[in-house]
Design a binder for this molecule. Sequence first.
Ligand code: FRU
Length: 458
Amino acid sequence: MNKRPLFHFTPIKNWMNDPNGLCYYKGKYHLFYQHNPENLYWGNMTWGHATSDDLFNWEHLPYAISPDIPEDIDGCFSGSGFVKDDELYLAYTGVIMTTKKINEYGNTVTVGENDLISTQLFAKSKDGFTFEKLSEPKIVAPERYCTAHFRDPKIWGKNGKYYMVLGGKKDNKGRVLFYQSEDFKNWKFVNEIYEENMGFMWECPDFFELDGKSILVFSPQGIGKEGQEHLAGYYMGDFDYETGKLTHKEFQVLDNGFELYAPQTFKDKKGRRIMIAWLVNHHPFPEENWTGMMTLPRELKIIDDKLYMYPVEEFNKYRRNLEIYKKVDTEFQIEMADKVYDIEFKLNCDKDFEIVIGDKEKKGLKLTYSSQDKRIIFDRNGAVNNFESLEIFGTKRVVNYTLSDDTDFRIIRDKNVVEIYINNGEKVFTSLVNFTEEQNFLTIVGESNVIKVYSLKN
Ligand code: FRU
């Protein structure tokens, strides 16, 4: 059991996917998540629950909601949390499977991918620990929409009204359905948001306003490149609450790495917009009793019309033993045997560079830059080490981007997950890998300045 990260949330045991119900309630951060109580693979969807004071040390709690009413008997799918009148409401998708079979992992799944009936359901709590399912509202798909793919309610409030976005599918196109309510009970379908050539289903929508902009986040299925099926991104623009119309710029991915999916955001007591996402992995690491981890909690900001994300500042209190290295002209290499660290440095990107998290001979996870082509390449071929489940999301990403002569980098390694932040979160590259014992070196080939190396202790 030595592959469990120290700072990226993992379930105590068994399968986990999407973060759900993120909120700050009665003095604690709450994280709910899609969980399989039975085994290490997807199935029996139940809401796991944990609370924290700082978003890094989590107390694991009993399940919040489990499949036990007719509308959710085959699963409590993803949804959100909303605090109203000092009570915590959870909105989630209950599913009924209309056909069933047992898959290779012993879990019940549908025979055809459309053999599901989905209903949006609510539960509530007065203490944040025990939840009671509500008999109303129960929201079914509007006519002509696919009842199988109608899920993941995200609720928010503004000026005394309540709003909800839902992921949906119609005519084989992914969509977001926008609802409005005056009383939190009667929900009116107002509009749908979709675009051509944006996949067949949009999962886990989220909507928020930040620094005067409206952001619609979603996870489209069916637009991935290079064998990548899972992608998460956003539209930034202006939203009309009356008509439900979003005027937006081009779709942007949230993370330029491999697995970030199904992100959810919430606003905390300090007014920060914080995002946590699932790092998709369909199999456990060998010999581990858990599957799936979350990203580090990231604070979102908009700077010059761009969405930035950066680990919340609470993370810094886990930094220990700062070592500073002054100017390096060509190559810097350091061994970090404890596999968990946080490194900051500047690079002159008028020249090419190569950053390798790997072995002494520079085989590993690589981030390289061609100053002539203005191209960043993120390549994990050397760090997958036969861990097949990672291969399905591809091993290489190429991003055209111009970096300046004085670019900030931050690299956080937490055993087998690496998050690389460029310019304080302007571009982020996240990857799951399967490092060997020898892949404990960090090498920077390039002209770097003031390298700060912290070990991390939890
Ligand atoms: C995204 C997702 C959601 C769904 C949940 C089921 O990963 O497919 O759309 O609610 O997972 O576990």
